[in-house]
Design a protein around this ligand. Structure first.
Ligand SMILES: [Ca+2]
Ligand SMILES: [Ca+2]
Ligand SMILES: [Ca+2]
Length: 147
């Protein structure tokens, strides 16, 4: 799966010859570390809930788009602006049931997909494969062409 992800990335990497090329692995590692609340190199399901609760500003059990953008901004100090924009664009993909909000139901579905070996922990390799596939399933390669 890792190799498949890398092969899928090659066209995007070829197009990213800009002054600040997007380093997808660096970006994914950074997001992983933000979600790994206890820094044990695994993302447990409840760590997703911790992040969710920290950024559900109006306590309605949903992460609205504006709350998602605030959450990304809160963790983006010194981050390549292209990375920040890329993460903004992930929001619709997280809304699995397409009801315009990200809620616990969506997170359950996303977590099940990310935890490839179903052991209740998401490792960095699992996370990288999952998020890379998510990005490419939603036209990530087009993002490179437009930027
Ligand atoms: Ca952890
Ligand atoms: Ca909310
Ligand atoms: Ca796992």
């Amino acid at each position: 799966m890792q190799i498949v992800a890398l092969i899928l990335l090659l066209p995007a990497l070829a197009l990213s010859q800009t002054p600040e090329p997007i380093d997808i692995n660096d970006l994914l590692t950074t997001v992983f570390q933000i979600l790994d609340d206890n820094s044990d190199n695994h993302i447990a399901r409840h760590e997703i809930d911790i992040f969710f609760q920290q950024h559900d500003e109006n306590f309605d059990g949903l992460i609205e788009k504006n709350e998602f953008i605030d959450a990304v901004n809160a963790h983006s100090t010194g981050t390549n602006p292209a990375h920040v924009q890329l993460i903004y664009n992930i929001y619709p993909f997280l809304d699995i049931d397409s009801d315009n909000f990200v809620d616990h139901h969506d997170l359950d579905q996303l977590y099940l997909r990310a935890d490839a070996d179903k052991n209740g922990q998401v490792t960095l390799p699992e996370f990288e494969v999952f998020l890379t596939q998510l990005l490419f399933a939603h036209g990530f390669d087009k993002y490179y062409e437009e930027n």
